[in-house]
Design a protein around this ligand. Structure first.
Ligand code: C2E
Ligand code: MG
Ligand code: MG
Length: 761
């Protein structure tokens, strides 16, 4: 079926050829029927004429026999001149077909004639050229002889002479009876119109001399046909033709007593000819017709058939056209569907690739702008898939309304769109994209939801940034990735982004593998008091990869956050550090306090609190011993929810520490509202505390805030004695840094703790 659909016109041609074949076969059959009907007709006519002529002549021969016997019996001195014989006249009355009757001596001289004839005007039958042949024959033959049709002046009429010799018992010819078969009496086969139209005719001709005895043809009478004869050469040809066509000798045909049919040619015309031989009288009855009327008849059929065929073919053609049209439409629709996104009606990825191919073939420069909605996953999680779809559709419409009408739009992935714009100058495109990002960030309505979404945009320009559609999309993605990383809404591709991108991809792939293969481990960095006595420890994750070597947590944690690996990684950290800490605690016999870094992604897990509590319970660690380190980025979204979760954690007794404090955006006024137990002064301030007044002042302020809000304070990254002393002077009571101890394995940590002086300085 599929093949037929694809080759609908091939099928049409096939049907047409089939139709033409059927037409040819039926036309051939029709022609055959016409021809064989005609042949049968001609044969029947030849036979009929033959039979009619033969029976006529036989009857006449019978009459002559009877008269002859009578004359021989009755008449003495039969041939005495000028003696009337009344019998001769009475014969004419009895047999109206006969016109005149006479008796001739064997020397050809007529001696007795019926009274309607004038003996003096009659020729000598042996010497007259028209009668000589048949007269001689009659002398020779025991049967009746038919002579050539000729005009008998004495009778003033056309007649066919018949002669029969009167023989004595000793077979001696006494006389020859001669009579004329009257033409025009209306009583014999010779007076009937046997032909049918111009091209048709019946002929009776003599075999021995080729003279035509009788002819029924349009406009031809005895005057004409009595002069016609077929010379010996032509008759030979006839015989050859007959033998060739029938494959049997002429003699056999003659003996057969039935008509034979031939096709003959004459004067450039073809004929169907039937021939029947009347053996007793040596006559051929020929019935023939020209092929022309047959051709005409066939022509009429042909045109009728052709008309039907053409009409059917036309109807079929239109039918196929309709089917083909529908099929084309369906295919176009399928193609459209396969190249467009159902949800937004925009092009999909293959659709975009098609368009990119087109544009690249034209060779003009253009930009591919990839727009990715920030944190779209949150919308699906929070409002459900259906609402998410509504938002995407609405976002698609918004994008359509914001870009130029001539720009092509596509949806590349779940929350990713693409714009193809003819602008190809990097700074101009970047500028336009910034406007776009700003406009997209405005509140909009999607179904029942009123939303404010931001989007990140990556731009790649053809031909500058890639030479193929896939490479161009990839370059735009690299730029988009960069935009997401740098939290800078718009990024135009640069070559150096590739390396970073590749590195991240590699880190992501290896981390996925590493997590499963147990390639990660935890180290712990001590936190000490002003006397240098360990009061806690911070758990820090480490990863050594076979291919990449040591990868810094700052790098792979970020990759994990962006690739969905953060939750399993965070769980693993929580689990491992809690287990190792519980072992340390058992060995020490005292609680020390464990700080664990928590990623935003981890924190956002709906069951985060429950998970932490379950882990604590599993290892028998009191919530009061646990510090969770969070960063300010956590407050960038859903502030109220974060505060609520923090409050829950604190209610359980877990303490919250604000890591890297001072680097983020949290205003000091905001800090007041936050349920925080501890601030960790970022290493960057500690680094500069000795020679940068600003850093010094900043630390002073942080100390003041911590004191006023009753928060613990930890100074991070203390590397020198001087730094530690200054921090102590400023009022800091807890420290962490290489000066006091580097991150180390739990075993190492335990060993050092069990020594009397556990710190480096
Ligand atoms: P952080 O939480 O601020 O951790 C402190 C970082 O400073 C650690 O780097 C630590 O090795 C380093 N450090 C401590 N004292 C000194 C010092 O005196 N001098 C210098 N130069 N560095 C010092 P690390 O382990 O490379 O971790 C970097 C960041 O990676 C961490 O910053 C934290 O944000 C993240 N991180 C590490 N482990 C984890 C983890 O298990 N979970 C999560 N979510 N994040 C982690
Ligand atoms: Mg930390
Ligand atoms: Mg820190």
């Amino acid at each position: 079926m599929a093949i037929i659909k694809r080759n609908i016109w091939a099928l049409f041609v096939l049907v047409l050829l089939g139709g033409a074949a059927v037409l040819s076969v039926s036309l051939a059959a029709r022609w055959q029927t016409i021809l064989s009907d005609e042949q049968a007709y001609q044969a029947a006519r030849a036979e009929l004429v033959g039979q009619a002529v033969e029976s006529l002549l036989r009857t006449q021969e019978l009459v002559l026999d009877v008269i002859g016997r009578e004359l021989l019996r009755r008449e003495e001195g039969l041939l005495d001149a000028s003696r009337q014989i009344p019998l001769l006249d009475s014969i004419l009355e009895v047999d109206p077909i006969l016109r005149g009757f006479g008796l001739a001596r064997p020397d050809g001289q007529l001696v007795r004639v019926s009274t309607n004839l004038d003996l003096d005007r009659l020729p000598n039958l042996l010497t007259h050229p028209a009668t000589r042949q048949s007269f001689l024959q009659a002398l020779d033959s025991p049967a009746m002889v038919v002579g050539r049709t000729y005009y008998v002046e004495a009778m003033d009429a056309w007649a066919i002479p018949i002669r029969k010799a009167l023989r004595t018992e000793t077979d001696e010819v006494k006389a020859v009876m001669t009579a004329g078969l009257r033409l025009g009496s209306g009583a014999t086969v010779f007076d009937q119109v046997l032909h049918d139209g111009d091209s048709d005719g019946v002929i009776l001709y003599r075999e021995n001399d080729g003279y035509v005895q009788f002819m029924s043809r349009e406009g031809v009478g005895p005057e004409q046909y009595s002069q016609v004869f077929r010379p010996e050469s032509v008759r030979q040809q006839d015989r050859r033709l007959l033998e060739e066509q029938l494959g049997i000798p002429v003699e056999e045909v003659k003996a057969r007593g039935r008509a034979v049919v031939l096709s003959t040619q004459r004067q450039g015309q073809s004929f169907v000819t039937a021939a029947q031989f009347i053996g007793r009288y040596g006559l051929w009855a020929i019935s023939e017709t020209s092929m022309a009327p047959l051709y005409r008849q066939f022509g009429a059929y042909l045109s009728g058939y052709l008309l039907v065929f053409v009409v059917l073919a036309t109807v079929l053609f239109w039918l196929f056209r309709i089917i083909d049209g529908a099929e084309r439409y369906r295919r176009a629709e399928l193609l459209h569907l396969s190249r467009h996104d159902e949800l937004t009606g925009l092009r999909n990825r293959p659709g975009l690739l098609d368009r990119l191919d087109e544009l690249m073939a034209q060779g003009t420069a253009f930009s591919l702008v990839v727009v990715n909605i920030d944190n779209f996953k949150g919308i699906n999680d929070r409002f459900g898939q259906e609402s998410g779809d509504e938002v995407l559709a609405a976002f698609g419409r918004r994008l359509r309304s914001l870009v130029a009408k001539t720009d092509d739009l596509a949806r590349l992935g779940s929350d990713e769109f693409a714009v193809l714009t003819p602008s190809a100058e990097p700074s101009a495109v970047e500028h336009a994209c910034r406007d776009l990002a700003r406009e997209l960030a405005e509140t909009f309505q999607a179904g029942r939801l009123r939303l404010q979404l931001t989007a990140s945009i990556g731009v790649a320009i053809y031909p500058g940034h890639a030479d193929s559609p896939n490479k161009l999309i990839r370059s735009a993605h690299v730029a988009l990735y960069e935009a997401k990383q740098s939290r800078n809404a718009v990024c135009v591709y640069r070559q150096d982004m590739d390396l970073e991108y590749l590195r991240r991809l590699q880190v992501e792939q290896r981390l996925r593998y590493g997590l499963a293969a147990g390639a990660l481990h935890m180290v712990y960095q001590p936190q000490v008091d002003a006397e240098g006595t360990p009061v806690g420890l911070e758990a820090l994750v480490r990863w050594h990869d076979e291919e990449l070597g040591d990868v810094a947590p700052s790098e792979f944690v970020e990759v994990a956050e962006k690739s969905g690996l953060m939750v399993p990684l965070g769980d693993w950290v929580l689990e491992t550090s809690m287990r190792e800490y519980s072992e340390l605690r058992r060995a020490l016999g005292a609680a020390l306090g464990l700080a664990i870094n928590i990623s935003v992604i981890q924190f956002r897990q709906p069951d985060f609190v429950a998970r932490v509590m379950a882990t604590l319970a599993r290892y028998g660690v009191a919530p009061q011993e646990l510090v969770l380190e969070i960063t300010e980025t956590l407050f960038m979204s859903s502030f109220a929810q974060v505060v609520e979760k923090l409050t829950q954690l604190r209610a359980e007794g877990i303490r919250i520490s604000m890591d890297d404090f001072g680097t983020g955006y949290s205003s000091l006024s905001l800090l007041r509202k936050l349920p925080i137990d501890e601030l960790k002064i970022d290493k960057s301030f500690v680094d500069n505390i000795l020679d940068d007044e600003k850093a010094h002042n900043m630390i002073e302020s942080i100390v003041a805030i911590a004191t006023s809000h009753h928060m613990e304070l930890v100074a991070e990254g203390v590397e020198q004695k001087g730094q530690a002393e200054t921090l102590v002077r400023l009022g800091c009571r807890r420290f962490q840094g290489y000066y006091f101890g580097r991150p180390m394995s739990m075993a190492e940590f335990r060993e050092r703790l069990l020594q009397p002086d556990g710190c480096d300085h």
